[in-house]
Design a protein around this ligand. Structure first.
Ligand SMILES: Cc1cc2nc3c(=O)[nH]c(=O)nc-3n(C[C@H](O)[C@H](O)[C@H](O)COP(=O)(O)O)c2cc1C
Length: 433
């Protein structure tokens, strides 16, 4: 299903709020979206642009799993399978994303949002960025980009990303920033797999897509995107980027980042701009969820049966992982802690729980922390390891941090009080009120 089709579908189902009042792309749309998160909103009348804006579209695991017609627990195996069984998308000659080819580039005509008052400029935050290297082929990434002129952005490209490697190697790289994507493409773009894997093949394995040759660059792009900004990114040419809100909801610093020069804009007729609030639920779910299968697989590789993983929004969907296991030996908790850190190196705190704990319920996890954990025997401390550059408490510059694993599982042999929650009698309350 294309992005437009999905928006029409949730509209018919009454799940989409619509704002017909005139709203500004500057500090207004972002405020409305945040205030009613996670409800999707379509803005029909944007003050500075002829185009509409939609946001909060894929904020929760429930929404994403129902998009695919599965349950949230099915997402990890589904994504693992798509990574293993990638398939090439169908190439088409004509595509909705090229219905309109703009004759001149003027980014001011597009509703690129100014999100929060300290931001360095208008920011694209939802774009799936497609690039190509002569040896490795195509790659998909996310890169926020700050608009600073009618045709230029400064794009945040973290060192180590595959696109960063392409840039370092080639000096300048053709790009397509594709906006208005469905979860198969969004999740594929957020997945870190081996360099050389075209993540569009992961997207296609999640749900078949069509791709088309971009208008002015040698790239295959999702045919159903709403907007495509084509051009070049230059490794040596830099511009100040930031401040901007990052995943932890704190303000990121200003850095000199590569310039993205937009040379061509194509879009669908009556295109809809996909907004994605930085640091908010949608950003979090897209960052954390693709790391869950890697944790799941690494924990299973230690010999411990992993049942489910939640990289929880309270931990910025990056720094905390709650891992549910089917405990068979007393060592399983500690083995699962090691597996989790191996599966997600940015993770700072890991919580291993038993199969009776709902890992999506923070109160249930805290309850197992309170009743099943002892700090002197069930905690693994890893002092000074490389963690996440996003963590404001990590050592600035080096991202060195202290990682802790908490084994919140109950002992297999119980000597004292029971570890089970006692159930109350089940009654039909309607009979009494
Ligand atoms: C919504 C969202 C925004 C992101 N923003 C950036 C960004 O601005 N810069 C960056 O380098 N990575 C960003 N990332 C992370 C990477 O794009 C992502 O981890 C990607 O999988 C890396 O792919 P690679 O392994 O092919 O390099 C973002 C991820 C998401 C989901």
């Amino acid at each position: 299903m294309g992005f437009r089709e999905y928006i029409n579908k949730i509209d018919k189902e009454g799940l989409l709020r619509k704002v017909d009042l005139e709203v500004s792309k500057k500090l207004e749309i972002s405020g409305i979206l945040k205030a009613i998160e996670p409800i999707p909103v379509l803005f029909n009348n944007v003050k500075e642009s002829e185009f509409r804006v939609v946001g909060n579209v894929f904020c929760t695991k429930d929404v994403i799993s129902s998009y695919f017609g599965v349950t949230p627990a099915d997402l990890i195996p589904m994504l693992s399978k798509a990574i293993d069984e990638r398939s090439e998308p169908e190439i088409v000659a004509n595509a909705p994303c090229q219905e309109v080819v703009e004759t001149e580039v003027d980014l001011d005509k597009i509703p690129i949002l100014f999100h929060c008052d300290k931001d360095g400029g208008n920011y694209i935050s939802s774009a799936v960025v497609i690039t190509r290297d002569p040896d490795y082929g195509q790659n998909l990434d996310f890169h926020r980009a700050m608009q600073y002129s009618k045709d230029k952005f400064a794009a945040r490209i973290v060192k180590g990303r595959h696109f960063y490697k392409f840039l370092e190697k080639n000096g300048e790289v053709e790009v397509a920033f594709c906006i208005g994507n469905t979860p198969n493409i969004l999740i594929a773009g957020a997945t870190s797999v081996d360099i050389g894997v075209d993540e569009l093949e992961i997207a296609n394995a999640l749900e078949p897509i069509k791709v088309v040759k971009a208008n002015s660059v040698d790239l295959l792009i999702p045919a159903e995107a709403e907007f495509v900004l084509e051009g070049k990114v230059y490794f040596e040419e830099r511009h100040a980027e930031g401040p901007f809100v990052d995943l932890t909801e704190t303000l990121d610093i200003i850095r000199e980042e590569p310039i993205f020069e937009v040379k061509k804009i194509t879009h669908r007729k009556e295109a809809i701009w996909q907004a994605l609030l930085p640091g908010a639920l949608e950003h979090k779910i897209l960052m954390g969820m693709p790391r869950e299968p890697t944790i799941f697989n690494k924990v299973n590789a230690t010999g411990v049966k992993c049942l489910d993983v939640n990289i929880s929004p309270g931990g910025s969907s990056w720094l905390h992982a709650i891992v549910q296991i089917d405990k068979k030996t007393e060592e399983d908790g500690k083995k699962a802690i090691e597996g989790t850190f191996a599966g997600h190196t940015s993770c700072k705190h890991v919580f291993i729980v038993d199969k009776d704990i709902n890992i999506y319920d923070p109160l249930a996890v805290e309850w197992s922390f309170a009743t099943r954990f002892q700090g002197n025997t069930r905690m693994v401390i890893k002092d000074k390891e490389p963690g996440s550059s996003l963590d404001p408490s990590a050592e600035p510059g080096t991202k060195m941090t202290t990682k802790i694993g908490f084994d919140l599982t109950k002992p297999l042999v119980i000597k004292g009080k029971s570890f089970e929650i006692v159930e109350f009698p089940k009654v039909d309350v309607n009979k009494y009120f």
